[in-house]
Design a binder for this molecule. Structure first.
Ligand code: SF4
Length: 307
């Protein structure tokens, strides 16, 4: 369970990542840090799933989404036992530690940006430089950084975008996109990380795709993605331009006969040259979390409660 915490706050050497994991694990063991659901689906799994509406919300899934967003409290569901409520309602101490490390890491990256020649970096990373800002497209939207490391964008600046964006501007080698797609496990330094990537990115994204049929339309329309010719004999293939030289392709195989559905995320084979592997991981996981939120906002089909 705690493995989940390992990947978010690594720097290029991996130091922050490892230290953070040990710190949190120790707190959990001592009982001073409560486990926290990492997404609404985890909260949903705790619930009765009867959609009885006693909490005043139409469905258990909607209630889970509201709890995840902090709009409702777990103990507002009368069907949950006290032990579960206490277990998952503790102070999110580890989240504070996370935020602290994340903010420190962001600060460090911004300081490095202040020492960078943004005009020449723009040419290297497929961006443009104007008015003292480097700007590039993230999922079709403008995303900028100025010479002091300040970020600005048309979209909400979430750390799952900000950290890869800054690492990309700082360290992208500028290799052209090759058009050859590889899985996460085929990238450099991916050893040991793929099982976690599978668990944190591909499996939850597949669950969303299985029950939220508009997922791929939303990828195309909301995130300026592009449905492309079907790859690897998939039923749907969509390419998302997360960063100019780091496209991501999502392929989905529908369930058929005795075979379950399947979903894989692919990267251009140059991805690990243009972006550090921690940031590649963060982009994949961040996308999945965003899809979960979009799906919750727009509503899963009614029969989701039986899944
Ligand atoms: S969250 Fe609890 S109270 Fe609300 S609908 Fe589900 S089971 Fe009923």
């Amino acid at each position: 369970m705690m493995r989940f915490y390992r990947c978010f706050w690594q720097d290029n050497t991996g130091q922050i990542l490892v230290r953070q994991f040990t710190e949190i694990e120790a707190q959990i063991k001592k009982g001073t840090c409560m486990p926290q659901p990492k997404n609404a689906m985890e909260i949903f799994q705790l619930l009765d799933k009867s959609n009885c509406r006693e909490c005043g919300v139409k469905t258990c899934l909607a209630f889970a989404g509201a709890v995840f967003k902090g709009q409702r409290k777990l103990d507002e569901c009368p069907k949950l036992d006290r032990e579960t409520i206490e277990r998952f309602s503790g102070e999110p101490e580890h989240q504070n530690i996370f935020k602290q490390n994340r903010d420190e890491y962001l600060k460090k990256l911004k300081n490095e940006i202040a020492n960078l020649d943004l005009a020449s970096a723009a040419k290297r990373v497929g961006a443009w430089f104007s008015g003292g800002k480097l700007t590039l497209k993230v999922l079709g939207k403008d995303f900028s950084v100025d010479t002091k490391g300040n970020l600005s964008s048309d979209i909400h600046i979430h750390p799952w975008v900000a950290i890869p964006f800054l690492n990309y501007v700082l360290y992208c080698k500028g290799l052209p996109v090759s058009g050859n797609w590889v899985s996460f496990r085929e990238l450099k330094d991916r050893k040991e990380r793929y099982p976690l990537f599978r668990r944190r990115c591909e499996e939850p994204m597949k669950r969303v795709a299985d029950i939220y049929t508009n997922l791929f339309d939303d990828m195309v329309h909301i995130l300026s993605g592009k449905q492309v010719e079907k790859q690897f004999e998939s039923d749907i293939s969509v390419v998302l331009h997360t960063l100019p030289k780091v496209p991501i392709m999502v392929c989905y195989w529908s369930p058929e006969d005795d075979f379950e559905s399947s979903l894989n995320v692919f990267f251009d084979e140059t991805a690990d040259e243009n972006l550090d592997i921690g940031s590649v991981f963060t982009l994949g996981v961040g996308l999945t979390q965003m899809f979960e939120k979009i799906a919750l906002r727009h509503g899963f089909p009614e029969d989701v409660s039986s899944q």
